[in-house]
Design a binder for this molecule. Sequence first.
Ligand code: UDP
Length: 239
Amino acid sequence: SESTSPYKRILLKLSGEALMGEGKYGIHPPTLTRIAEEIAELSQAGIELAVVIGGGNIFRGVAGATEGMDRASADYMGMLATCINSMAMQDALEKQGLKTRVQSAIKMEQIAEPYIRRRAVRHLEKGRVVIFAAGTGNPYFTTDTAASLRAMEINAQVILKATKVDGVYNADPKKDPTARRYRTLTYMDVLKQNLNVMDSTAISLCMDNKLPIIVFDLGTRGNIHRAVMGQQGEFGTVV
Ligand code: UDP
C-alpha cells in the first residue's frame, strides 16, 4: 500500500472497549494483536501515527462516582487504566517490529516518558508510534478530549475515531433496521443533535480548530487502512 493517503500524520483514538474483543472486561490479546497489525501496516507505509487509548475496559470515573467514590479520585483511576492499555498496546506494536514510545500525562518515569510535545513530534518524525497515556492528566475530562487536544498539539491532519459501528447513524442500527448512516456531518450537527461521536468538549475543540474526525468501525479488518486511504463518504462518517 504505497502511501496514497491524503494524510501524513494521524491520531488514532481507540476506546478501551476496543481491546476487549468479544469479552466483557480487560484486554483480549488476539484483538490487541490484530489492531497492532493494522497500525503496523500504516506505519510501514510511512504514515506518522499517534495513538490515544481509553480505559473503559478497566475503569471509568463516572462508574466509580456512581458507586459513591469521589469523582476526581475515580477519574485518576480511569487515567491509570489508560496507562495499562497503553503499555499493552506498546508491547503488541513492538511485537510487530515497530518502534514506539509511551508518553504519559501523569508522570511515571519507570514505565513511560512524561508528555513533552516537542519530543512527541520528534518521535513521530523518526517513524516511532507515540502512544499518549493518562488522557489529558485532568479529572472530569475524557480520552476523546485528550485525543482532540493531542491531535492539535502535534498537528495531526485528522482524528480517526474507532467505534463498534461503521460511522454515525440517525438511530441505533442494531435496534432500528431503518437507521441510516450519515456520510458527512458538521460539528454543529453533532453538537445540536447530540450525536454519539465524541463528547461535546472534544467536538468543540475540533470545531474551533477545524480538525476533521473520521468515525469508523474497527471490528472489520483493514478498516483503519480504508479510513486513512480516504474512501470518505463510501465509508464511515466524516465530521
Ligand atoms: N479520564 C480522565 N481524564 C482524561 C481522560 C480520562 O479523568 O483526560 C478518566 C475518566 O474517568 C474516564 C477514564 O479515564 O472515564 C477512561 O477514559 P475514557 O472513558 O475516555 O475511555 P474510553 O471510553 O475511551 O475507553
